[in-house]
Design a protein around this ligand. Structure first.
Ligand code: UDX
Length: 436
């Protein structure tokens, strides 16, 4: 099938590359000439495990193309995916201007039937709006479909190739047939393609992410309670998660969720609710809990240093909002750095993949280490903000030797509490007994 993907950001590039990998002929379109140039020349623009190999192969085999020209890029396509940004506006609602501008442009240039697919996370009713805008200018037949993505950064290729489900929102038989054919290779294992109306598909995406965010904030509150009552959140988590109705996944407490999806999507769903005069109480609480949770370790650090962080120096391991990505958007680490620096402390940071992004954002606000152990030099304590695998079994002797005092504040519960006691660390984590 001939496919176009408008927008070569994270979602667009994964979508385009994975469709090419299943034998489709894909043209990706972006207004950023520099990006298009790089991609055409085989230079991948995002970090995503496994993507580069597929990208290089499909580029070489001439199934993947890049252009800045929308008209040329969509000319022969049967399906056009819109993978454009929907950043939160001032009031938290999703800004649809990128999508609606492209819709208008498409309306002016389409000359034959196309299926136009909203891949971006967009508020309920967007497919209708896109349909209306295109229809204002276009004389030929077309259908607008909602097909939200459920890609997790770090495992996006796998998520695309073997999705738990594919959600397709359309009431058009013609579009349904095209989309069913296109996605058939991805659901051979038996996972469902769920056909529904456009609005239900749009809401499914927000509801899924908001539910997952709720699970996290809920467990973060249970962790706080564990500390206050003297229970162990690891035990409670296992006890709770063994109930099939609840499930073991996404119950890990920590220093809050971040990234480009959860914070934005929860906020946008609250906003959408407000627009129809509904106060979504649970989600407001989920957001409040998460804001507080990002700074969960700060009072513990303050208490350990007698409320005086002036002149103290901290090593921070992990800045990405989660492991296996270089993405630092809404990363809890950034909020902690702000709080530490505001209290007069200095911070040296290390992350296996996110250093370039952090340097671009923070400049001279922090110091940068090339290696996780170099990061510890002269530090009064180590703070762990992201659960990268390389941090899970460190050389504790080296840590002890490098720190001024053996103190670790772990926002991701990486280490066994009793082991840390044996090793003689002051060790604090989330929802478990502190080692003094
Ligand atoms: C998410 C959704 O999972 C995906 O389906 C959607 O399409 C995009 O948003 P992603 O943002 O890549 O994907 O991150 P995810 O792996 O879901 O983690 C989100 C955040 O939750 C991270 O900050 C992570 O640290 C946090 N988290 C996750 C926890 O704090 N505890 C957990 O148990 C799980």
């Amino acid at each position: 099938m001939k496919i176009s993907v408008v927008g070569t950001g994270y979602v667009g590039l994964v979508t385009g590359t994975c469709f090419a990998e299943t034998g489709n002929n894909v043209t990706c379109i972006d207004i950023d000439a520099n990006k298009v140039n790089k991609l055409s020349n085989g230079q991948i623009t995002i970090y995503e495990p496994g993507l580069e190999k597929l990208f290089e192969r499909n580029l070489k085999e001439d199934r993947l193309h890049f252009t800045t020209n929308l008209e040329e890029g969509v000319k022969d396509a049967e399906v056009i995916f819109l993978a454009l940004p929907t950043p939160p506006g001032e009031d938290g609602s999703a800004d649809l201007s990128y999508i609606l501008n492209v819709a208008e442009h498409l309306g002016k240039i389409l000359t034959s039937y196309k299926v136009i697919v909203d891949k971006s996370t967009v508020p309920v009713g967007t497919a209708e709006k896109v349909q209306e805008v295109i229809g204002r200018y276009c004389n030929c037949a077309f259908d607008v479909v909602s097909n939200p993505e459920f890609l997790r950064e770090g495992v996006a290729v796998d998520d695309f190739m073997k999705p738990d489900r594919v959600v397709i929102g359309t009431r058009s038989e013609r579009a349904r047939k095209v989309m069913g054919e296109l996605f058939a290779p991805f659901v051979r294992q038996g996972n469902p393609i769920l056909f529904m109306d456009e609005k239900s598909a749009e809401l499914t995406k927000y509801a899924a992410n908001s539910f997952l965010a709720t699970k996290i904030s809920f467990m973060n509150e249970i962790a706080i309670l564990c500390e206050k009552l003297g229970a162990d959140v690891d035990m409670v988590r296992r006890g709770v998660g063994s109930d099939d109705r609840i499930g073991k996944r996404f119950l890990f407490p920590g220093i809050g969720y971040g990234g480009s999806c959860f914070p934005k999507d929860v906020q946008a769903l609250v906003k959408s609710s407000e627009e129809v005069a509904y106060d979504f109480k649970i989600l407001n609480a989920v957001m409040d809990v998460n804001e507080r949770q990002k700074l969960f370790l700060i009072p513990k650090i303050n208490a350990w240093f007698n409320n005086d962080l002036k002149g103290k120096h901290f090593a921070m391991w992990g800045l990405a909002f989660k492991p296996n990505t270089d993405d630092i958007r809404e990363a809890p680490a950034l909020y902690m750095i702000d709080a530490l620096v505001a209290a007069g402390a200095t911070v040296t940071v290390f992350d296996p993949e996110a250093m370039t992004n952090v340097e671009r954002l923070l400049g001279s606000k922090v110091k940068y280490a090339q290696h996780q152990y170099e990061c510890l030099e002269n530090a009064d304590a180590l703070i762990i903000a992201t659960e990268w695998s390389v941090f899970r079994t460190p050389d504790f002797n080296k840590i002890k030797g490098a720190l001024k005092q053996p103190a670790i504040f772990d926002g991701r519960n990486l280490f066994d509490v009793s082991r840390m006691q044996e090793l003689g660390f002051h060790y604090e984590s989330v929802g478990r007994t502190a080692v003094q």
